[in-house]
Design a protein around this ligand. Structure first.
Ligand SMILES: Cc1cc2nc3c(=O)[nH]c(=O)nc-3n(C[C@H](O)[C@H](O)[C@H](O)COP(=O)(O)OP(=O)(O)OC[C@H]3O[C@@H](n4cnc5c(N)ncnc54)[C@H](O)[C@@H]3O)c2cc1C
Length: 306
């Protein structure tokens, strides 16, 4: 029986683990497949306070983990595959185990959206990627396209200019959503070009990517563009399928919580991108993870005599 079981080891889950560990609750974290979460996929994080020169995403995740472990957090490299939240203790099943938990903190984050166009899945890992830090190196002296117009698209596009000779950002609107500093850096980078009002309607290539078919959303005109790689950064979907029907969710699938990170089931808390479509940052996710652990601690204190 776990006092606090945490699902997810991104900034939210690891911060929750730190706070629950410092409350001497010896939390268990089921990490899923991505220790450090999405943050570990990005090359440099420049907006997490305390690191004036920035820090590699993977390194920050590892520091979060070490700090939580120092106070007694435990980690299982396992994935939750089913949950039963109908009564306490809650049940969480993984491929190899079943856990019982007095409180549950859900911090399963979000996964990148796919374009859902022909050949996208077939060519994933063969030129199609959702992670510049992981795959950028393979595109040394090659041409790549980046799909998207938000912070992630520009951050990762800028990172790709280290390797690629040419980075073309394809955006379905005529204005970027990314922050001003990133926009300025991208526009001033001679390797970055923009194609506006355009979507990728198909990925081209036999066995490996050699181009994309583009469609101008204003004129309907289509054309093919040669490229060696397609990096897709068009938003995320919360990882909440496991909890469908058991917790209140928004129509977009985010878990609904109140200000204390409490979900619709007493004793179940949620933090980070699994419940937050608005801020989606390391610092905000970490803050929500801390809040969830504080609330779980209070909940356990209030129910200690049961
Ligand atoms: C390319 C990129 C660049 C970014 N750059 C920045 C930046 O510069 N600054 C910034 O502040 N933010 C940045 N972000 C956003 C930031 O990474 C996220 O806001 C943050 O990681 C969200 O944290 P989280 O803990 O809520 O979820 P996530 O980081 O998504 O972590 C989810 C965790 O849940 C686990 N998990 C999932 N399903 C299960 C399951 N069934 N069972 C158990 N575990 C599970 C995963 O393995 C993972 O450990 C970037 C994101 C991306 C993708």
């Amino acid at each position: 029986m776990e006092k606090v079981l945490i699902l997810g080891a991104g900034p939210a889950g690891l911060s929750a683990a730190l706070y629950a560990a410092r409350a001497e609750l010896s939390p268990l974290v089921l990490t899923g497949t991505e220790m450090g979460g999405q943050a570990s996929l990005t090359h440099t994080i420049e907006n997490y306070p305390g690191f004036p020169e920035g820090i590699a995403g993977a390194e920050l995740g590892e520091l979060f983990r070490q700090q939580a472990e120092r106070f007694g957090a435990r980690f299982e490299y396992d994935l939750a595959t089913a949950v039963d939240l109908s009564q306490r203790p809650f049940k969480v099943r993984t491929y190899s185990n079943e856990y019982l938990a007095e409180t549950l903190i859900i911090a399963t984050g979000a996964s990148p959206n796919h374009l859902n166009v022909p050949k996208e899945s077939e060519l994933t890992g063969r030129g199609v990627s959702y992670c510049a830090t992981c795959d950028g190196w393979f595109f040394k002296d090659k041409k790549v396209v980046v799909v998207g117009g938000g912070d992630s698209a520009l951050e990762e596009g800028l990172f790709l200019t280290r390797y690629a000779t040419d980075v073309t950002v394809i955006h379905r609107r005529d204005q970027l959503r990314a922050g001003a500093i990133l926009q300025k850096r991208a526009r001033e980078n001679p390797k970055i070009h923009f194609i506006w009002d355009t979507v990728v309607s198909e990925i081209l290539g036999n066995g490996v990517v050699n181009g994309v078919r583009l469609k101008n959303v204003k004129t309907g005109e289509t054309r093919d563009l040669e490229t060696d790689g397609v990096f897709i950064f068009i938003g995320h979907t919360p990882n909440t399928q496991l909890f469908q029907g058991q917790l209140d969710m928004t129509p977009q699938g985010y878990i609904v919580t109140d200000m204390q990170m409490r979900t619709s089931v007493e004793g179940v808390f949620a933090a980070g991108e699994v419940m937050d479509p608005h801020y989606r940052q390391v610092v905000t996710s970490a803050g929500m993870g801390a809040a969830a652990a504080i609330e779980a601690t209070r909940f356990l204190e209030a129910h200690s005599s049961e």
